[in-house]
Design a protein around this ligand. Sequence first.
Ligand SMILES: Cc1cc2nc3c(=O)[nH]c(=O)nc-3n(C[C@H](O)[C@H](O)[C@H](O)COP(=O)(O)OP(=O)(O)OC[C@H]3O[C@@H](n4cnc5c(N)ncnc54)[C@H](O)[C@@H]3O)c2cc1C
Ligand code: SF4
Length: 330
Amino acid sequence: MRTLDYTRATSPEQAISLMARNPATVYLAGGTTLLDLVKLDIMQPDHVVDVHTLGLNQIETLSDGRTRIGAMVTNTQLAHHPRIKSDYALLSQALLSGATTQLRNKATTAGNVMQRVRCNYFRDGVSACNKRTPGSGCAAIGGHNRSVHAVLGTSEQCIASHPSDMCVAMAAIGATVQVQGPSGKRDIDFLDFHLLPGSTPWKEHALEPNELITHITLNAPLAGSRSAYLKLRDRASYQFALASSAVILVLDGQVIREARIALGGVGTKPWRAEEAERLLRGAPASADRFAKAAAAAFKGAVPYAHNGYKVALGQQAIVHNLMTLSGGVA
Ligand SMILES: Cc1cc2nc3c(=O)[nH]c(=O)nc-3n(C[C@H](O)[C@H](O)[C@H](O)COP(=O)(O)OP(=O)(O)OC[C@H]3O[C@@H](n4cnc5c(N)ncnc54)[C@H](O)[C@@H]3O)c2cc1C
Ligand code: SF4
């Protein structure tokens, strides 16, 4: 059993300076990812800084129509917020499809963004895993890679899929991650926050050392838009996505004025399908066009021994959402 020092921070500045004093310090939010990984000995901090008491638990509408979410807003609070339910339905649906009620009551917005992969070889602590032990190899590439491994954005070093549902909705909506660190505050575009594994799979995000996420600000909702999140998985609850799609659609009659699509379960990061969006913009809302867009989203997909089915499943997740949002088409 690992013993940890615990400090409840009272200001972002104090939290950041405590982090800077000792490289084995980590921020603690709801603890639903962190404490599991500590118990498995995958993460080995000797000091946790609790960031619950920094007042970062508000959801505010900004004067320009954007919505600012405090880093410590829980997944439950966010999913049930009236503005999120009315203007960002896909985000509420994505959050409610994740984990369980008890976990969502503890899990925070920042913690969800920072959650780590569910690859069994990463978590078993002994298999070859470049993410856990750089240079050791990747047991998943020649091993069991059916459910929590990606077909988009993979590299020869790592193929783990990004596990979040919430982040897929945010990737479709467009958002900014606000962070504060030893050298001040800065903004990171949500699509640039999670990194592809490339040759450095242990680098998962764009945070600099000791930076604290303070808020995530969602872009203003598109006028006249409708949206949906669809998660396909092995069982109906308490399970990560095999494939998911977050879709925002604006229609002018039966013509698509605007489309935003992001995918989960199939990419090594929350995956924005920009080529599919381009094919839909200005096109008729037809089953044929939806199928072409879905195919474009998976152009360049690299299936592994057991997860090739994700290409078809992911395409179906897109088409189903587009059909539903357009009211069914001929
Ligand atoms: C059994 C189980 C099932 C799950 N199923 C799903 C699912 O279906 N879909 C889904 O999306 N998720 C799922 N999750 C993941 C869950 O959503 C995350 O565990 C949760 O969102 C993490 O939030 P937290 O507040 O508990 O983070 P913590 O566990 O407290 O922290 C996670 C990481 O974030 C860092 N961190 C926390 N706050 C900050 C901050 N402000 N700035 C910088 N770094 C910070 C921590 O240091 C840590 O590294 C599941 C988890 C479990 C345990
Ligand atoms: S897929 Fe990534 S996380 Fe899983 S074993 Fe390979 S390197 Fe590790």
